[in-house]
Design a protein around this ligand. Structure first.
Ligand SMILES: C[S@@+](CC[C@H](N)C(=O)[O-])C[C@H]1O[C@@H](n2cnc3c(N)ncnc32)[C@H](O)[C@@H]1O
Length: 385
């Protein structure tokens, strides 16, 4: 018997769409650099992989207009597609760049030099200069020793790396920031007092950096990317920088309504990597802090998404497809059948629903998203005819 939980489509629709076709529950989701950085609501790579292999050809252009940590982009490159990613959060763009860059021997040399310099900081008398971002409340969110340790790492990144090596070095720093702050978790922006063991950020950084260098060395020789990814730090409601009818396939999971606040979860990361905080905050679609307000309605979310869908229709070639992964939601205690609304909006603007599925998330992912009750999600396939 199928257990029906957080899906608000009609019962008959649910029965017809429920499928295990997109589950991949027993597969490895950490291949290549997919696990480089924690990212709320990231895809399992098998979803974009299957979509890319089914609905695009080698050399086609694949777009993810909400690219997050770059799962679609990496899968596209591995399968010889030309990829375009867009996100308004600088953490997303940094991680996407780090995952999809072509690393040269020179880059690896720089990363190894950085690792050696960081190793020296682990000895009791090991110190260097610090580079600490100045922002309000940094001392409220971090232990003084953590600020000093992270600041030394940041200084060494500046000193030893450039180009792609620097992008990767910063992505590794971003990956460990929340763990060494007083922020509760990657999906909870609340201060909790945690004990900070001096130098622990340095040892986490070193171990993550060394593991990453090993991964790059392991798989880079086997992958010969044919294309350079194009990654844009932009608001996806306006894709004016992408030509009309130039994209063959869109594979994406748009921001879920009232579920996350990427600008908050990544706030400290944004400061430490020198990212644009207001671009992330002011343009985030669906953010929790707007839709939890008293009397909130979901209208603004659907208006924003309509703007996005219109852009998708413009950039897709005739016969091009868009696969959307999305969950339903609750706003103001009212269930919102987000997927059903997406279908209505898309059909209204001329993107036709070709097929839909409902999949169940794997247990660990469920617990990650517990607050948002996302134990099932929709996959919607649209075609521009
Ligand atoms: C569900 S996540 C995508 C996760 C991605 N599929 C992955 O595997 O990492 C949604 C993303 O949409 C981004 N986003 C929200 N509003 C945006 C906007 N106006 N323009 C571009 N990106 C936006 C968020 O920053 C977040 O990274």
């Amino acid at each position: 018997m199928i257990e029906r939980t957080a899906i608000y489509s009609d019962k008959e629709v649910f029965k017809a769409a429920y499928s295990t076709e997109w589950d991949f529950h027993d597969e490895d989701t950490q291949e290549y650099l997919h696990s480089l950085h924690p990212y709320p609501a990231r895809f399992i790579p098998q979803i974009p992989r299957k979509a890319i292999l089914t609905w695009s050809q080698i050399g086609d252009v694949v777009l993810d207009p909400f690219c997050g940590c770059g799962t679609t982009l990496l899968e596209g490159l591995v399968h010889d597609r030309s990829v375009i990613g867009v996100d308004n959060n600088a953490v997303a763009c940094l991680v996407s760049q780090a995952k999809t860059a072509r690393y040269t021997e020179g880059d690896i040399e720089q990363l190894n030099e950085l690792a050696q310099a960081i190793q020296k900081l682990l000895v009791p008398e090991g110190t260097t200069d610090c580079l600490v971002p100045e922002y309000e409340n940094i001392h409220y969110w971090f232990d003084e020793n953590a600020i000093k340790d992270l600041g030394m790492i940041r200084w060494n990144i500046e000193h030893y790396t450039s180009g792609n090596a620097k992008i990767m070095a910063l992505a590794v720093l971003s990956a460990i920031i929340v763990r060494h702050s007083y922020q509760d978790s990657d999906t909870r922006y609340a201060r909790v007092t945690k004990e900070y063991t001096p130098k622990s950020a340095i040892s986490s950084y070193l171990s993550k950096l060394q593991g990453t260098i090993k991964k790059i060395l392991e798989f880079i020789p086997t992958l010969k990317y044919k294309f350079n990814p194009q990654i844009f730090l932009r608001d996806s409601r306006d894709l004016g920088f992408i030509n009309n009818e130039s994209v063959n396939l869109i594979v994406t999971s748009p921001p879920y309504l009232n579920a996350y606040d990427y600008h908050k979860y990544h706030r400290h990361r944004l400061y430490w990597i020198g990212g644009d905080v207001s671009l992330a905050r002011d343009n985030e679609i669906g953010k929790h802090d707007v839709f939890t307000r008293k009397g909130a309605t979901p209208d603004r979310y659907f208006e924003d998404m309509k703007q996005c869908f219109e852009e998708w229709k413009r950039v897709l070639v005739k016969g091009g497809r868009a696969l959307i992964v999305i969950g339903d939601s609750i706003v103001n205690k009212q269930p919102v059948p987000v997927a059903d609304q997406f279908i209505q909006i898309c059909e209204h603007i001329g993107l036709e629903l070709e097929k839909r599925w409902i999949r169940t998330l794997k247990t660990s992912r469920k617990s990650f998203n517990q607050g948002a009750r996302m134990d099932q999600e929709h996959l919607l396939l649209f075609i521009k005819s």
